[in-house]
Design a protein around this ligand. Structure first.
Ligand code: DX5
Ligand code: ZN
Length: 232
């Protein structure tokens, strides 16, 4: 079983001092940074582009950065984000006209490729693409905003996707994004998530970043160090 990883979604960070915010959550113990890109067309919100990623790299951020593309016209952005320092680029099934081509483009530019699945997206989108994927991102909220409530019917979907991945016997990470907090983190992880994307529950916590991340990790460790979870 893979180690459970926490990816901090910078959508909830203070953009006036983004470099420091990223450094602080990394020091607090998060494993990677999740970089939400929105264009006000694919989703009704507007965020950040490749220039911001480039600036973070220039500032000295060396961790894994996972770019979650919630935009239309992804192909030019794939190239720009790869050149700006992305490690993983994740697309939605709905935002590329030719998904197979876009996934190949990500790989040709040396990044890991992810496919994001919206709450209402059926799983047959994986049938022909799974062999090319390094990561599957399950959306547990509708994409567009931080601070939404986790949709409980998505647990079933996480379990189903984990089974599909296990059958393939391929090293594909299962990432879950939206509405994760200290109260549901273990249920999401037990359902099969390898990477837990967490935004507001870290950046908007009343606790310090150190304390909230430490508490989340302690909670995960309580469950995942026990032998019975080897069966999952
Ligand atoms: C939603 C984004 C998420 C979101 C997570 O479209 O993809 O990454 O920012 O934020 P929380 O953890 O607040 O749901
Ligand atoms: Zn995201």
């Amino acid at each position: 079983m893979k180690k459970k990883l926490i990816a901090a979604s910078i959508l909830s960070a203070n953009f006036a001092c983004l470099g420091k915010e990223v450094n602080n959550v990394l020091k607090a113990g998060v494993d990677m940074i999740h970089f939400d890109v929105m264009d006000n067309h694919y989703v009704p919100n507007l965020t950040i582009g490749p220039l911001v990623l480039k600036s973070l790299r220039k500032y000295g951020i060396k961790c894994i950065i996972d770019v979650h593309l919630m935009t239309k016209n992804v192909d030019n952005l794939i190239i720009d984000f790869a050149k700006s320092g992305a490690d993983i680029i994740t697309l939605h099934t709905e935002n590329s006209n030719h998904l197979d081509r876009s996934i190949s483009l990500i790989k040709n530019y040396g990044c890991k490729a992810g496919l994001a699945i919206n709450p209402s997206t059926p799983l047959n989108c994986l049938d022909y693409l799974i062999n090319k994927l390094d990561l599957i991102l399950v959306m547990s909220v509708n994409p567009g905003f931080e601070g939404q409530k986790f949709l409980n019917y998505i647990y079933k979907k996480i379990i189903q996707i984990k089974k599909i991945i296990n059958k393939k016997k391929k090293n594909i990470f299962l990432e879950v994004d939206g509405g994760i907090n200290i109260n549901n983190i273990n249920q999401v992880a037990i359902s099969g998530a390898d990477i837990l994307v967490i935004g507001s529950a870290i950046f908007k916590s009343t606790l310090s970043y150190n304390d909230i991340v430490k508490n989340m990790k302690l909670k995960l460790n309580k469950v995942f160090k026990k032998d019975n979870y080897k069966k999952l």
